[in-house]
Design a protein around this ligand. Structure first.
Ligand code: PXP
Length: 241
């Protein structure tokens, strides 16, 4: 059976624009509702420890009003676990976080955080929350994710997308993504992809058939300035199908 590919729309950067002026607009909830209406399969938000874009109040409102699944990206900390258990997003994607980074720079260091990750994964799953781990496309990290009991992995596609953007050779990087994705599928882990995707890089990554979910944010919000959120989502839907 061929499963339908899913598009998760990350609306963090609507909040970035709002926060840049300390205003109450543009409202991330309005963007989430429009994304839902325009064919998004889920809404992704990253509640960062420094609250630089999405804030606790946004999570609360979005979880209350949105009917499609809400995917909360969060760092593996006790504070975030508490927030997740309180707000009950449908999905959680655990990501590494450094205060000074502009955006998430790499996948999780699973070996270093095993005990905490195991605790967080177990608690979330007990509360019927689907858990994915954001990892670099490495076989070892896929194996570790399986051992820790994650439902899914999300492969960090940032390195590959940067190579595409700078018109460098991409063959090796795409092959790493493909190998990690296929290995994960064999282990019965659902495979997702995220970070840095544009039309061009998403189109190349969508050739990896074992990837079922794409989480895309910055480019979607950027492109919406020119052609609108609805048209951008429609274009991505066609690309990833
Ligand atoms: N997936 C994960 C785990 C992320 O951390 C991010 C960035 O917040 C994304 C997807 C979306 O990346 P981008 O905004 O570059 O499309």
């Amino acid at each position: 059976m061929i499963k339908k590919k899913r598009l998760g729309v990350n609306i963090d950067h609507v909040a970035t624009i709002r926060n840049a002026r300390g205003e109450i607009y543009p409202d991330p909830l309005r963007a989430a509702l429009l994304a839902q209406k325009s064919g998004a399969d889920s809404i992704t938000i990253h509640l960062r420890e420094d609250r630089r874009h999405i804030r606790d109040e946004d999570l609360k409102k979005i979880k209350k009003k949105i009917k499609i699944p809400v995917n909360l990206e969060m760092a593996p900390t006790n504070e975030m676990l508490k927030i997740a258990l309180k707000n009950k997003p449908n999905f959680v994607c655990i990501v590494p976080e450094k205060r000074r980074e502009i955006t998430t720079e790499g996948g999780l260091n699973i070996k270093k955080n095993k005990t905490l990750l195991k605790k967080i994964i177990t608690k979330l799953k007990k509360n019927n929350i689907r858990v994915s781990l954001f990892i670099d496309p490495k076989i070892e990290d896929v194996n570790q994710s399986k051992k820790l009991g994650a439902n899914c992995i999300e492969l960090h596609t940032g390195v590959f997308c940067n190579l595409v953007n700078s018109r460098k050779k991409t063959k090796k990087s795409l092959s790493e993504i493909k190998k990690a994705a296929n290995h994960a599928k064999q282990l019965n882990l659902e495979v997702h992809a995220g970070h840095g995707m544009t039309y061009k890089s998403a189109s190349k990554i969508s050739k990896v058939k074992s990837i079922l979910e794409f989480n895309i944010g910055h480019f979607i919000i950027s492109e919406s300035i020119f052609i609108g959120l609805k048209n951008t989502i429609k274009k991505f839907r066609k690309i990833i199908k």
